[in-house]
Design a binder for this molecule. Sequence first.
Ligand code: SAM
Length: 277
Amino acid sequence: MNAASLYIVATPIGNLSDISERAIKILQEVDLIAVEDTRHSGKLLQHIGVSTPMLALHEHNEDKKVQDIIDKLLAGAQIALISDAGTPLISDPGYQLVKAALLAGIKVSPIPGPSALVTALSVSGLPSDSFIFEGFLPNKSSGRIKKLGALSAESRTLIFYEAPHRIVACLQDMLQIFGAKRTAVIARELTKTFETIKNDSLENLLEWVQADTNQQKGEFVVLVQGKEKDNTVVNSEAESILNTLMQELPLKQASHLASKITGIKKNTLYQIGLNKK
Ligand code: SAM
């Protein structure tokens, strides 16, 4: 182990074989493991042959427990943080602890591994160059609609976590806000026996999930394709670029070049140029 005192350790999101060698080594070597639920993590630790003592750190006691853990770290203890599944802090506790540790000058080291959002994105078939993660949407439909409404013009791939008892209502609200034809992906039970990944329009996904109650069970990541950029709308900046180029070049070349610069359709720019002549 190096000089780090607090390790943020990712654990599997279903398949226990996904734990890394380095994660096992660190969990064996630290003095204490902060866990969300001692019974849940006890099973993982038993599976990998780790008997390091545990301490509970969950969303209801994080405020109170942080100082206790910081004191132990300052006294020289090496501590690892894990959550029930995946990467700690990602829709899981740990933010307060990491913030306080950094403020106290304690070195914090990541031991990377699975996270449901990246796992889902990697097989979704949706654009992965740019995306936003929104975690869990509000429980109530009114709150969900408001949140989704604020995201309706988002062009990046949208990633959400969802609970089984809300999956149908969530898809209904998404359909209402994003439209029936918007492409989305349901990634259910990733790395587990009933792993299912389905890419389709929101209307088809909703129909499919409603028709089969098995598809309403387990853990879900829901991904929604971002809104397509309208490349037929010409703004004043694009028009000014076209004007400048038209002064030096024939219209065909000017519209071709302006299209490359602005991303607006060549034919649209060509038509505007024609109207100006
Ligand atoms: N920290 C975790 C991570 O890095 O992904 C997420 C913790 S959050 C409390 C749990 C949610 O993550 C689940 O309700 C589900 O939306 C998603 N999730 C976790 N494991 C999953 C899996 N195997 N398949 C699909 N979604 C999963």
